[in-house]
Design a protein around this ligand. Structure first.
Ligand SMILES: Nc1nc2c(c(=O)[nH]1)N[C@H]1C(S)=C(S)[C@@H](COP(=O)(O)OP(=O)(O)OC[C@H]3O[C@@H](n4cnc5c(=O)[nH]c(N)nc54)[C@H](O)[C@@H]3O)O[C@H]1N2
Ligand SMILES: Nc1nc2c(c(=O)[nH]1)N[C@H]1C(S)=C(S)[C@@H](COP(=O)(O)OP(=O)(O)OC[C@H]3O[C@@H](n4cnc5c(=O)[nH]c(N)nc54)[C@H](O)[C@@H]3O)O[C@H]1N2
Ligand code: SF4
Ligand SMILES: [Mo]
Length: 786
């Protein structure tokens, strides 16, 4: 336990009239678990006065993004609901909510659960979850309390890090290798063990906006200041790409061709690390043979970039020692993305950068003194669980029940490893009651119709309305999803209102552990942990066989040492030890043997686990199914490649639209279009347009800008308008700019993973109307805090 890392002030201290609580903050509001340390200034009345960055944070040194600075506006937002509420089923969609007590709310849910599961079986209850945040770490407990095999994420192909995780597990035998930004090292960038990467490849990722999965995005800038160079593989010009040595502005969805060409160059020009390959790689010859089919010239044609730039990029990456690659969401949001990632991870291994200081660090699951607990022996032994840190609840159910997980028949690898339903299959079940009806739902941590965790969103909305006899939701706000579907609302406390633990990379490849300290109380809102405890108490019986309450959860399951929460919370954040070249020391395998946790004990360039799971064991290029480039008949109707969801500083997915200060940064839903395209279809900068394809339509304000490639439309996701009428049919205007309505279901890879959120097609037509948001109205509605 590295208590000495904390050099700063005590976790709680007095500053004039304020009590300052230092906290490694997590959700709500949503964020990926970077856990940037904040100082929460609480006034004499126990109210949050303001938030500052904590200069004692060993990683961020007090830097914050606008969402944390605006935290107070979220906590005391006038539209926030801090009491439980109910309404009648026939009042779904109406503002007919009535305040009730927590006891009544829990009773209502549990009695409905007893009634419906008695009639239809435990599997009739589906718990809808969104992206990782506080709630995700408790998904395991939700399963162990409710014993349902149907934890559901509506994101098609679980196209958020699961494909990347699966690729890493099946080729490297560990969760994805993160860029080494010295986060776990005691001395940070100056630690004697650390080597600054000479080259950082930013591949389909926006680290500055996203701070994705616990990677402190700004560290890229820190490292640039220390000499790191940048290569950008992104169709868009970004702040980072304008500082890059080489920009590869590829056509969306073609990353596998690009990555194969990189591997081809590295092998054919003999730029690889022979010793590492000899000792630690499996299937080199077959892999080399396969990537040879993708010449840089062919890749250049597919990707729409210059072949010389591909050569230069692969050579510079291979020459830089060390070099690291940041892989992002773009690789999950294409059916062919796992193959791209397979090559990218192969490049890390081929160049000797895998698990090297300043390269990409392999996740350290088996380190005995700071083991990620909760990893069942079963999953550790078989290396089958990409979310190994959350499986106790899954294995607390009988095999018979687990086998009822929707999608198990078609995608057993997916369901068993991700321990979650297969989204597109669940959608069909909700539409047809096949193989059995889903009659009860919990909107636990998603705003799926907003649109976030859905594709062909209107279908989800209709299907859930028809299928669910009873539905309840937990959130801070009445979201469009809750307004459309729920009978009971359970108010959720925000980060400053509860205690929790914050592990970067969700504990999968943690570099730091932070403590989310409680500073204030607001209304009757409760945390995810408190809510699940109330359910466990009300249900009793086998609901408690795995679950022993939140204190147990915090103290035993999420802390690296055997220290009490009270002890550790004073530290606020500590670092996990980092070990390099773990394949040599036996740290990657439960049996302590050298090597990787794959069937061959090596990095499998020819993946035996891909082969077992019905996938080609070697990488290949597959053109996006709805590609206007490859299919003239598509191009005629829908000439643009549509890529969606690039993040902004202002919002976390569908959140923060009701925070005027953040909304000012991005008042309207934006689609970016290249000036050449705009001129051709007669669109002026700032004009409203409609995007359309076979699946739906959505309206956006056009930003005409050369930062986007010609032929590509880049649209934002997660839009709703909290300032608008919330009742059906308007539902806060949720259907106006619903970009996921244009994303098709049914385009996952053979394992059931990945989906074309970043490479589908659309047409664009100009609109006569001006739909600009009236920011005065937004300020009027949400500007005055309560
Ligand atoms: N077109 C397109 N669609 C996308 C994407 C894209 O790139 N393009 N990205 C996809 C990705 S990667 C993801 S992960 C999904 C995200 O999808 P979601 O997770 O559904 O998105 P959010 O809007 O962040 O969160 C939903 C709700 O959770 C609540 N919430 C926040 N914190 C907590 C908490 O700690 N506990 C609980 N119980 N609730 C909380 C929020 O108030 C919010 O209403 O969106 C996906 N949708
Ligand atoms: N502020 C903020 N931060 C967030 C979130 C948020 O909503 N807001 N969401 C969180 C979540 S759940 C996730 S999963 C992460 C995602 O974080 P990132 O991985 O950074 O994902 P994106 O911002 O969706 O996209 C990254 C880049 O991919 C580019 N891109 C688009 N299509 C392609 C393509 O086909 N190929 C390549 N190579 N690049 C492409 C985009 O131009 C963009 O610059 O962010 C997390 N952090
Ligand atoms: S990444 Fe930004 S929003 Fe998330 S905790 Fe850090 S400062 Fe706050
Ligand atoms: Mo995500």
């Amino acid at each position: 336990m590295e208590f000495e890392n904390d050099l700063g002030k005590p976790w709680k201290y007095q500053d004039g009239d304020f009590t300052v609580v230092r906290s490694s903050i997590w959700s709500p509001p949503g964020c990926h678990p970077v856990g940037c340390q904040v100082k929460l200034y609480v006034d004499k009345d126990g109210r949050l006065d303001h938030v500052e960055g904590d200069e004692n944070d060993p990683i961020t040194h007090g830097r914050l993004c606008p969402r944390c600075i605006a935290l107070k506006d979220y906590v005391y937002n006038p539209s926030r609901v801090v009491y439980p509420m109910k309404r009648a089923r026939e009042d779904r969609g109406k503002d007919a909510w009535e305040r009730i007590s927590w006891d009544e709310a829990i009773d209502l849910v549990v009695s409905k659960w007893r009634e419906l599961t008695a009639q239809y079986g435990r599997e009739t209850f589906s718990v809808f979850v969104g992206t990782g945040r506080d709630g995700m770490l408790q998904q395991d407990y939700i399963l162990s309390v409710f014993k349902t095999p149907n934890l559901a994420c509506g994101l098609s192909g679980f196209a958020c890090y699961q494909p990347t995780m699966m690729t890493a597990t099946m080729t490297i035998g560990a969760l994805y290798p993160e860029m080494d930004f010295a986060a776990g090292l005691e001395g940070g960038y100056d630690d004697p063990q650390y080597v600054t990467p000479q080259m950082i490849v930013v591949w389909g990722k926006a680290p500055l906006q996203c701070n994705d999965a616990g990677m402190f995005g700004h560290s890229v800038i820190d490292l640039m200041q220390r000499g790191a160079h940048i290569i950008s593989v992104d169709p868009r010009v970004t702040w980072l790409s304008t500082r890059a040595d080489i920009q590869l502005r590829l056509r969306p969805g073609t990353d596998a061709a690009m990555a194969m060409a990189w591997a081809n160059i590295i092998i054919s020009e003999d730029l690889y690390d022979h010793e590492f390959v000899e000792k630690w790689c499996y299937g080199f010859d077959e892999f080399a043979e396969r990537v040879k089919t993708m010449s840089p010239e062919r890749a250049a044609e597919i990707c729409g970039v210059n072949a010389e730039d591909i050569y230069a990029a692969a050579r510079s990456y291979a020459a830089a020692k060390p070099a690291s690659i940041l892989v992002g969401l773009a690789l999950d949001q294409s059916k062919n993305g796992m193959q791209a990632n397979q090559c990218i991870m192969a490049c890390m291994a081929l160049t000797g950068n895998l698990d090297a200081p300043g390269g990409n660090v392999v996740a350290d699951l088996s380190a005995p003194e700071d083991l990620v607990t909760g990893m069942s022996e079963e999953s550790a032994a078989h290396n089958t669980d990409t979310r190994a840190f959350v499986t106790a609840g899954w294995y607390s159910m009988s095999e018979e029940l687990r086998n009822k997980c929707i999608g198990m028949e078609e995608y057993p690898t997916f369901c068993n490893q991700v321990t979650i339903t297969h989204a597109d299959t669940l959608l069909k079940t909700l539409e047809t009651d096949e193989p059995y009806p889903i009659r009860m739902g919990w909107i636990q941590s998603t705003n799926l119709i907003a649109p976030t965790c859905s594709a062909e969103t209107k279908r989800w909305y209709e299907a859930m309305k028809r299928s669910l006899d009873f539905c309840f939701g937990t959130d801070c706000f009445i979201t469009p999803t809750i307004q459309a579907l729920c009978e009971v609302f359970l108010p959720l406390s925000t980060g400053p209102e509860h205690e929790s633990v914050n592990r970067t990379h969700y504990g999968a490849a943690s570099m730091t552990t932070g403590i989310n300290n409680k500073a204030i109380t607001v209304g009757e809102a409760k945390s995810d942990l408190e809510i699940i405890t109330m359910f466990a108490d009300a249900i009793g019986g086998d609901a408690k066989s795995v679950y022993e309450g939140p204190i147990d959860y915090l103290e035993k399951n999420r802390l690296e040492g055997r220290h009490s929460f009270d002890e550790i919370k004073k530290v606020v954040k500590f670092k996990r030890k980092v070990y390099y070249r773990k394949c040599e020391t036996g740290r990657l395998r439960p049996d302590g043997q050298p090597g990787f946790l794959t069937p061959t004990g090596r990095v499998e360039l020819w993946s035996s686990q891909f082969a077992q799971a019905n996938m080609d064991p070697l990488p290949y290029y597959e053109e996006p199914a709805l590609s206007p480039t490859a299919h003239p008949e598509i191009a005629e109707k829908y000439p643009f490649v549509l890529t969606t969801g690039a993040r902004t500083y202002a919002f976390f997915h569908s959140e923060h639209r009701q925070i005027p200060r953040l909304r000012e940064l991005n008042p309207n839903p934006i689609v970016e279009i290249n000036p050449k395209d705009a001129a051709e279809i007669g669109i002026a900068d700032g004009q409203w347009v409609e995007l359309f394809n076979d699946y739906g339509t959505a309206r956006f304000k056009a930003k005409v800008t050369p930062v986007v490639r010609a032929g590509v439309a880049m649209a934002q996701h997660g839009w709703w308008f909290p300032e608008q009428d919330g009742e059906e049919p308007n539902l806060f205007g949720v259907w106006q700019s619903s970009v996921d309505d244009l994303v098709p279901t049914g385009h996952n890879n053979p394992m059931g993973l990945a989906a074309p959120y970043k490479c589908t097609c659309c047409g664009i037509r100009p609109l006569g109307e001006n739909l600009d948001v009236d920011m005065n109205l937004v300020w009027e509605k949400f500007g005055k805090l309560v």
